[in-house]
Design a protein around this ligand. Structure first.
Ligand code: ADP
Ligand code: ZN
Ligand code: ZN
Length: 729
């Protein structure tokens, strides 16, 4: 009898009878009947008895015997996710596997043929081939000189290669073997750079523990060359015959990393895994990793579930990045699961960042992780940029560019250097406003304003995508005097063009990079030097290394200082430090100009001093005093529905169910149900209930008792889900 996880919202496994001749073990994929259809699931257990009476047990339709079997450590990881995130096991499994594995057919690695010279050819030489068989001779020569040929290489020699090769095979001069088709391995021209003294100290500390679990927090300032440290460690691990898993926030934003990883280790095979890959390709990459053919897996959060039989190292780059947390369905944290995987497989984990999450920083302070620091930039002549804070209080409201920023831009233009002006808000203005009656452009489906987009003259909701034309008159009072309030990147672009009419300016935000490959072309232009000024959102803050960029201007960052979300200041600090870190990464020194109305704010002071520690210690002190994570542990019960009252009523019943728990409730605080920070989205109301406990254990004990009761509550017209360790509220 096999117990199978199916992709249905049920918390249980499904029992099936193992037919005669079917050989099944946990981790196998099987096709089974479900109602009137059949579906694909994963066997988690094989047992001798079932609670389902023998007569009603249905048989397994088909065992999909193939290379996509899940190993025990992945099954254990999935079970952990089921228990810890309180998510239905079948849906955990479905989330963790690439879609291709849910198809009802066996999955096979694609193979390709490779041709080798036989001993006979080697001894007789090319003379064995008659001179008039020109193509066969050419192939034989090439087989001897390069040792082997694949189809593509042979085709390049001659379009008539197939016939000629067949003749060589017939005559026993060549032989053919098949091998898994690996992703095109880049010509390994680049090499690992020799490490600086500081990098070497860090790398050798980690090297001492490559044979066992340990979590290292690699805290290195922007430009300190963390990537190079990862690559050296990965090379060590791969040379020792093991696999490395490297998680990054978004691969598409930093394709140069993919190039770098692909080219610096000759002979190593690298696969990428992210949601942007076509399904067939993703399945093949996954299989290459799972069968041990790939040495390095470079992927986004979903790659944390990849089976890796020879795993030797886990790296999480930019570990602070919120995108490691999935925000729907199984709301897992890939960073946390990466640490767990390292622990279970007894291999080291390296979490790297210039601005570690406060969770990881606190773990390092508590001695659970070991912090290693890089305090200097790797490039011999590079130093950290100088940060100037410009007080905008004396400027007219709405003024975007201060005199010092304009002067600094002018200097860069004169010297032929690049500048970046950062404003983390896309569109032209966040809202359109009627000066007559006070009307503002609101979204019908969301509790949010429609953002004015000037380039295509639309009002657009950034939450649901709804859009309309810009009204000529106020829909409320008919007044024609409608004003844009506030500013976004498009308006900043206009202001810069008005000030510097001849500049070559490029705006980089999700509006301008939506088209496939657009960002790639832009990066090329930036590197080539055909851009003077970059304007953009946080897309520009991530990991880029533009050597001619020497000035970063930061415009209007203040709103996040006063946001209700207790994590807002952590995010702001990380973003600003990352974007500031784009300046002066090579020979030419960098400068950062930060425009603010709160020049004395401690967050900005810490930024100007490049002191992550000053910021983090103050922030942790505040969190401790206020009773926020990482000093408490949280779970958020989320609901949405067409009526706010229904959501709140469900949450009220959930709170009541909690109050009935006695033992399990100890130490746990259940807060009142409240509307979410954005209470209406896409026409649905959102409300939530926060639960908080002094330890993970206490929180889990409570959830174990509480969540099953939630399933019994009447949830008419309300959808609910649980978010353990929530990042967003
Ligand atoms: P980080 O990710 O820490 O911000 P990067 O890995 O992008 O830093 O490295 C910053 C720059 O320093 C890159 O241009 C990189 O090529 C260079 N670099 C890194 N390590 C070395 C080294 N050992 N010697 C010379 N240049 C280096
Ligand atoms: Zn009006
Ligand atoms: Zn909307």
């Amino acid at each position: 009898m096999a117990r199978v996880a199916l992709d249905v919202p049920s918390d249980t496994l499904f029992d099936y009878r193992i037919g005669p001749g079917q050989r099944i073990s946990p981790g196998d994929r099987v096709r089974v009947p479900l109602g009137r259809r059949t579906t694909v699931g994963v066997v988690l257990e094989v047992a001798s008895e079932s609670e389902v009476p023998e007569g009603r047990l249905r048989p397994i339709t088909e065992v999909l015997a193939d290379e996509a079997r899940l190993p025990p450590d992945i099954l254990a990881l999935l079970r952990f996710c089921h228990r810890y995130y309180h998510h239905p096991i079948g849906q955990v499994v479905a989330t963790a596997l690439p879609a291709g594995t849910r198809r009802a057919r066996p999955l096979r690695l694609q193979h390709r043929r490779r041709y080798f010279p036989t001993a006979r050819l080697a001894s007789t030489g090319v003379e064995a081939v008659p001179a008039r068989q020109v193509v066969a001779r050419r192939l034989a020569l090439r087989l001897l000189s390069s040792g082997s040929l694949d189809e593509a290489e042979a085709r390049r020699l001659s379009p008539r290669w197939a016939q000629a090769m067949a003749r060589l095979l017939e005559q026993g001069l060549a032989e053919c073997r098949t091998e898994p088709r690996r992703p095109r391995s880049a010509s390994a021209t680049a090499r690992l750079l020799p490490l600086t003294e500081e990098q070497e100290a860090v790398a050798s500390a980690i090297r001492t523990g490559l044979d066992r679990y340990h979590t290292w927090l690699l805290h290195g300032v922007t430009g300190s060359g963390k990537t190079e440290v990862y690559l050296h460690l990965i090379a060590d691990v791969v040379n020792a015959g093991r696999q490395a898993l490297m998680l990054v926030p978004e691969i598409n934003l930093t394709p140069q990393l993919e190039e770098r990883v692909g080219t610096c280790l000759p002979g190593a095979s690298v696969v990428t895994l992210h949601s942007g890959l076509p399904e067939a390709e993703r399945t093949q990459h996954w299989l290459l990793a799972a069968t041990g053919h790939a040495d390095i897996v470079l992927g986004t959060r979903l790659a944390v579930f990849t089976p890796l039989p020879r795993l030797g190292l886990v790296v999480v780059d930019e570990e602070h990045d919120p995108s490691f947390k999935q925000q729907e369905g199984l709301r897992y944290s890939a960073r946390d699961l990466a640490v767990l995987r390292g622990h279970d497989r007894n291999v080291p984990v390296v979490l790297g960042s210039a601005t570690p999450s406060l969770e990881s920083y606190a773990n390092a302070l508590a001695g659970r992780y070991q912090r290693l620091t890089l305090t200097r930039r790797a490039h011999a002549e590079a130093t950290l940029p100088q940060v100037r804070i410009v007080n905008m209080r004396s400027c007219a409201a709405g003024e975007l560019l201060s005199a010092p920023l304009k002067a600094a831009l002018r200097e860069r233009l004169a010297r032929g250097e690049q500048s970046l002006v950062y404003l983390n808000r896309r569109g032209y203005a966040p809202v359109l406003f009627c000066s007559g009656c006070g009307w503002t452009s609101g979204c019908r489906r969301c509790a949010a304003k429609l953002v004015l987009h000037a380039t295509d003259q639309r009002l657009r909701c950034h939450h649901c995508g709804a859009e309309t034309a810009i009204p000529a008159r106020c829909p409320a009072c008919g007044n024609a005097d409608l004003l844009p309030l506030g500013h976004g990147t498009q308006r900043l672009e206009d202001a810069l063009r008005a000030e510097f009419p001849q500049i070559r300016l490029l705006r980089v935000d999700s509006d301008t990079t939506r088209r496939r490959h657009a960002w790639q072309a832009m990066r090329h232009a930036i590197r080539e030097g055909s851009i003077d000024v970059l304007v953009g959102t946080q897309m520009l803050a991530k990991g880029h290394d533009f050597s001619r960029l020497t000035l970063v201007g930061i415009v209007d960052p203040d709103a996040a200082l006063f946001a209700a979300d207790f994590r807002a200041s952590e995010r702001l600090f990380a973003q600003l430090m990352q974007v500031a870190g784009r300046a002066g990464r090579a020979q030419r020194p960098g400068e950062v100009i930060l425009q603010t109305r709160f020049p004395d704010h401690p967050l900005y002071r810490a930024l100007a001093a490049h002191s992550y520690d000053a910021f983090a210690q103050a922030a942790l002190r505040e969190r401790r005093e206020a009773g926020f994570p990482p000093y408490v542990h949280q779970a958020l019960l989320r609901t949405d529905g067409l009526r706010l009252e229904a959501c709140l009523a469900f949450l009220g019943a959930a709170a009541h169910a909690a109050s009935e728990l006695k033992q399990a409730r100890r130490g746990v605080t259940v807060f009142d149900p409240v509307p979410a920070a954005l209470p209406r989205r896409k026409g649905l109301f959102h409300a939530q209930l926060l639960v908080q406990a002094p330890s993970r254990e206490a929180l889990q004990r409570f959830l174990d008792a509480w969540v099953p009761r939630l399933g019994l509550l009447s949830a008419r017209r309300v959808r609910w889900s649980l978010d353990v360790d929530p990042l967003e509220f």
